[in-house]
Design a protein around this ligand. Sequence first.
Ligand code: GLN
Length: 193
Amino acid sequence: MVTVGVVALQGAVREHARAVQEVGGRARFVRTPGDLAGLDGLILPGGESTVMARLARGTGLFPAIRAALDRGLPVLGTCAGLILLADDVADPGALEGLETVGGLDVRVRRNAYGSQLASGVVPVTAANRTTFSGVFIRAPRIESVGPGVVVLATRAGEPVAVRQGSVTACAFHPELAEDRRFHEWLLSSTAPV
Ligand code: GLN
């Protein structure tokens, strides 16, 4: 059975673990570098990137995730997870000076789709032109993508799901919807949308 780690510092950890189990995988909570050993994939959940970065400080977890990512471990980041994976955060705010993971050649802006009140379910268009519902909660906007980044899905023409090599990230929360394609991708390594 495939084992997928879920970074379990804060946020939608249980929802991702449940989604992994629903698609036939085993979920393992990841809090230390040692928890990464032998994983087939890794999820960085949504939540609050600044809180996660503070909790990870001094543990060596983020550099260990980056090393695993650079070795080709399939990684899925959602919302705050996207922010932590981004090489460039336009307005770091409380993230300023804190270590993140990086490795995904995108520029993101935190909370750029509005506050909690502006959050909700919004139609998203996949690259194959099918549409599905994305759950956006104080979501980051992907302001630019590097040349090696493939846009998997858009919201009103703007990228909201991207892939670079073995790293996939989305501004919305697939674990909070019925859609399991992103989790299936982690188990199968085929493109989610
Ligand atoms: N705004 C949050 C952050 O900056 C992300 C929100 C989310 O993950 N739902 O980390």
